[in-house]
Design a protein around this ligand. Structure first.
Ligand code: ADP
Length: 230
């Protein structure tokens, strides 16, 4: 029956995730082991040289593990009607300082009247934070980050644009896969987790546009049935 099919399908996904995670952890461990061995052979005289590299690799494993935990968290436990504006403001309270520090120009258009969605707010905030982080990473020079929010056909659209370097067709095809990253220190988990969160809400997430002039990510969430005033 279908149930059985879905279960084996799920096991396959879990197997792939576990294999990916094992691989991602083994690499930094091999590096740490190598550096420690070298330091040991040199009687720890040049430990200062190896210390930063060992620390970086340990940080990497630790970040990877905490991001990976997101996959195992029970999904959508806090469903409430929220305004998109309140989610965006929360995400910007987390990311605004970094955007400012990097010197990027940020413009956000909030819809009037406000738009509401039935969501697990913490999860959607996490998605927005991931998109802001990626936008910052994509811009080597000072650039612009823009947010547009609008309602259409019972859906609420959030478009987040950057003026970064864009991505190849290959990256565009693979970016929602777990562990896919083009960054030296990326985990490749941010967008796969974000994609899953949006899908769990019955929504969609996609790259709307990408070129050497920048990228636009679009999120669609079903509009909340009941509209309350703020
Ligand atoms: P990570 O940020 O750890 O690499 P993600 O899953 O968040 O993992 O992103 C996967 C890849 O998608 C990135 O490595 C990058 O190549 C590409 N990407 C994501 N967002 C953007 C963006 N705004 N502009 C260009 N490329 C992007």
């Amino acid at each position: 029956r279908d149930e059985h099919f879905f279960r084996s399908d799920k096991l396959k996904v879990i197997g792939e995730l576990a294999a990916g995670m094992a691989h991602e952890i083994r690499n930094p461990l091999t590096t740490i082991k190598g550096f420690l061995q070298l330091a040991y052979q040199h009687g720890y005289k040049d430990i200062d040289k190896y210390h930063p590299m060992i620390m970086d690799e340990i940080t990497r494993v630790s970040e990877l593990t905490s991001e990976f935990l997101q996959f195992s968290k029970p999904n959508l436990t806090q469903m409430k009607t929220e305004s998109i504006r309140s989610c965006m403001e929360r995400a910007l309270s987390i990311m605004g300082t970094e955007i400012e520090r990097e010197g990027h120009d940020l413009s956000v258009d909030y819809p009037e009247p406000p738009l509401y969605v039935l969501i697990d707010k913490d999860k959607i905030v996490q998605v927005l934070v991931n998109l802001f982080k990626n936008a910052i990473d994509a811009m080597d020079e000072i650039g612009k980050i823009g947010v547009k929010i609008y309602g259409r056909d019972n859906g609420v659209f959030i478009e987040l644009s950057d003026t970064g370097k864009g991505m190849s067709a290959d990256t565009r095809a693979k970016l929602f896969e777990p562990f896919y990253t083009t960054k030296a220190h990326g985990t490749g988990l941010g967008l796969s987790i974000s994609h899953k969160i949006v899908q769990d809400h019955g929504g969609r997430m996609e790259v709307a546009e990408t070129s050497s002039a920048g990228t636009v990510f679009a999120i669609l969430l079903p509009a909340a049935a009941s509209i309350k005033s703020e």
